[in-house]
Write a protein that binds this ligand. Sequence first.
Ligand code: UD1
Length: 415
Amino acid sequence: MSKYIVKNNGALHGTVRISGAKNAALPIMAAALLSDGVCVLDDIPDLRDVSNMIDIINHLGGSVKQLHKNSYEFFCGNINDFSAPYETANKLRASFLVMGPLIAKYGYTKIPLPGGCPIGSRPVDLHLKGFAALGADVSLEHGYAEVKAKRLHGANIYLDFPSVGATENIMMAACLADGQTVIANSAVEPEIVDLANFLNLMGAEITGAGTDSIKISGVKSLLGGNYTIIPDRIEAGTFMIAAAITGGKVRLENVVCDHLKPLSAKLREIGIKAEEGGSSVTVSCENPLHSCDIKTLPFPGFPTDMQAQLCALMSTVSGTSIITETVFENRFMHIGELQRMGAKIKLDGRTAVIDGTSLTGAEVRATDLRAGAALCLAGLCADGVTSVSGTEYVERGYEDFAGKLTSLGADIQLT
Ligand code: UD1
């Protein structure tokens, strides 16, 4: 079983390049299934979730060629299978995103109910209700969702919650439907805008992405195109906290500062300096940090994907911080592990009350992707050695995590 062995090596310093966004790359790769032409995607991060998505596209009959480390060519004009294998689909929740393109283009798909990180029940009812509203027959049997439609037609769809995945899946399905679809209370995350930009580049007619009402006018077919994935705001946020938790100074290159606003505003409140400059941000902290209260929310609120890393930081900042998780009902499993490192945290339902203290190294286990990153961050400033198992979670979502931290002066080894 591999582990990250992390030792406190003082403040991090230097420059790190942020990779393309996992949560933009995965839906955009799925969207290539809609295209009749060749799609070249740049800045695809080198991650386990990405290689699993490539396996799924290959299984469906698509052809994926790696041009360079982070650049791939997709041709999906020869799809001959409409179901994903359970063993691969179960590894990533984004496997469900092939449903929208397949139902739109081929009128049939049968996909295992998704897996991914164990951070709550993570239902897919909103995706399926959306497909039904577009005129598809939906059934759930033996752990699979089966969706059939002779032809999809545009509809007015209201999402009970602005689900990122449901917005993406419905938006992709609606691209080839007859007539106009409006998704109200849609998610507004930057990854939604990136997907819409890619679909429009291929010939889709989508307006309003980035607002809570997206309009899609169905078109007959989509062409290919070349596209570069946006930078990963969650990877960037994780390195911002790595700088802060070690009291260092780190420049992040390849970021979109606007996408980082919900996080950088909170970091500034804590006392961290985040100096923006074009496509970079430099993070440093010269003075003692302050405790703070945080509630996770859909964008532009504080991202749930940064909650664990912030818990690690606030565990080390004197005073009492209160962190409330509103997006996922079971996303505090890192707290038990941080407590093993000496963190003083009381959990009450969806709220964690943290009294800052100093941490000590311990053997801990990553229970999901962001929890794994948070435990490594805690290890960077803990006294002694921290051993983090469950590294496969971290590799799902961070390209060369240990290598990038090491380049900033961290003592972290993947064994
Ligand atoms: C995406 C991100 C994930 C991030 C999350 C919230 C990807 C690949 N993953 O996940 O990293 O943490 O957005 O920002 O982009 N829900 C339902 N029914 C549904 C769908 C969702 O009740 O049909 C609920 C979920 O249980 C959860 C909430 O809606 O409580 C948010 O989920 P959603 O926005 O769909 O997240 P994902 O797309 O799964």
